[in-house]
Design a protein around this ligand. Structure first.
Ligand code: ZN
Ligand code: ZN
Length: 321
């Protein structure tokens, strides 16, 4: 099959990757569309050693699911962590942190930038007919955005700041706006800030915000400047959520965290069912975030486009564009 292949920090197109066959409990999914995420761009830069097919945001059709034939033909998205269910972490009810987990297109499992992938049947969620392929590829990052609210319950009276107006920051902002909190997004790109304004979400430049005044700050840039700004804006006993993957090490003033009793919260994958529900109801509207679509065979061009300054979501398509 055709696939994008990452090896030694270099991506190439291969047409000789064997089509996977699903092990027991897993389904073979024909990928229809997949989204390029910053994590994929960081993987290429080498933030985590991975050889193989990247890609973890997808929608596709189940072609085979031995022992679970009811899934065949259904259109699905999939949670990306495959857990063992036997280790201490799994038994303690934290399967997304399974010590032996594989992660679609990120760790120990081939990903979605290919014609086919396999995932455990238990990871699959059917996509309702009203949701387009494009919108369905945003289920995974929307779920990740919703994880923030699961970790840090938000009151309507809270002052919340999102740092970063990129594709992740936009989804985080759209989901946080639904809580009714006083929300402001900090960004640099006029076009991206305009997308937020169009949805009634307030935007600002960093200098315009009062230091030490925000109840919750969500850092979505993945760079040290964004983190430093978050720590400047958060109030004593407030919370800073780290929502991005950071390449390399970052230095921070930990004594200020101690003195101000700030909670620092790492945040990763989130719940799929409410993400699907919000997308179906149009309460999260991702299509304005699509910069471009490319056929899978032009995957290298797609990655180059996604890495360009100002680009938002770039989609890879199997079949007619
Ligand atoms: Zn992602
Ligand atoms: Zn486990």
């Amino acid at each position: 099959m055709l696939a994008l292949w990452l090896e030694d920090r270099s991506l190439r197109i291969r047409d000789d990757v064997p089509r996977p066959s699903p092990p027991p409990g897993e389904a073979l999914v024909r990928v229809r569309m997949a989204g390029i995420c910053n994590t994929d761009l960081e993987l290429v830069k080498g933030y985590y050693p991975f050889t193989g097919i990247p890609g973890h945001e997808f929608v596709g059709h189940v072609e085979a699911a031995p022992g679970h034939d009811g899934w065949v033909g259904r259109r699905v998205v999939g949670e990306i962590n495959a857990a063992c269910h036997t280790c201490a972490t799994c038994r303690a009810g934290r399967p997304t942190h399974c010590e032996r987990r594989t992660v679609l297109g990120i760790a120990g499992r081939q990903g979605a930038f290919a014609e086919y992938l396999t995932l455990p049947v238990e990871n699959l969620h059917e996509v309702p007919p009203g949701l387009s392929h494009e919108a369905a590829t945003f289920v995974e990052p929307t779920a990740a955005a919703l994880e923030i609210q699961r970790q840090a319950p938000i009151q309507a009276t809270d002052q919340v700041v999102v740092i970063g107006d990129g594709k992740l920051g936009q989804l985080v902002a759209q989901t946080l706006a639904l809580t009714g909190c006083a929300l402001t997004v900090v960004g640099h790109h006029a076009a991206k800030l305009a997308l937020l304004s169009a949805r009634g979400i307030a935007t600002a430049h960093a200098e315009a915000l009062a230091p030490r005044s925000s109840d919750l700050v969500v850092e979505c840039t993945g760079n040290a400047d964004g983190l430093a700004l978050a720590l400047r804006l958060v109030r004593p006993r407030g919370t800073v959520v780290l929502k991005s993957t950071y390449a390399g090490n970052t230095t921070l003033d930990v004594s200020a965290l101690v003195v101000d009793e700030v909670t620092l919260l790492g945040s990763r994958c989130g719940p799929f069912a409410p993400a699907i529900d919000l997308l179906v109801r149009g309460l999260v509207a991702p299509l304005a975030l699509v910069s471009a679509r490319y056929p899978l065979v032009q995957g290298l061009d797609a990655f180059a486009h996604a890495a360009r300054r100002g680009a938002t979501k770039v989609l890879l398509v199997n079949g007619p564009l």
